[in-house]
Design a protein around this ligand. Sequence first.
Ligand SMILES: [Zn+2]
Length: 90
Amino acid sequence: MTVFSNFFRRLFHKPPPVERVSLAEVSFLADDSDAMLTCDQVFELIDLYAERAERGEDVAHLMPLVAAHLELCPDCREHYEALERVLQAE
Ligand SMILES: [Zn+2]
């Protein structure tokens, strides 16, 4: 059982889709076992997250830590919504 899957279970009460977890997310967790992403970490991933969401991918499952952070952090959510608007305008 990895730290990530424990974390995911705590958040979503089910096992993670391990095969689809990106290396970026796992490496963030390796540094901090009780990880929530920091705003800086979310900032690095948010472009990718917004692009994948825009393509209709299930980002809540593909990038659950980013999704969890956006739930909790109004600043990052604002940034994400601004990105969404840019992507939709393209
Ligand atoms: Zn944040």
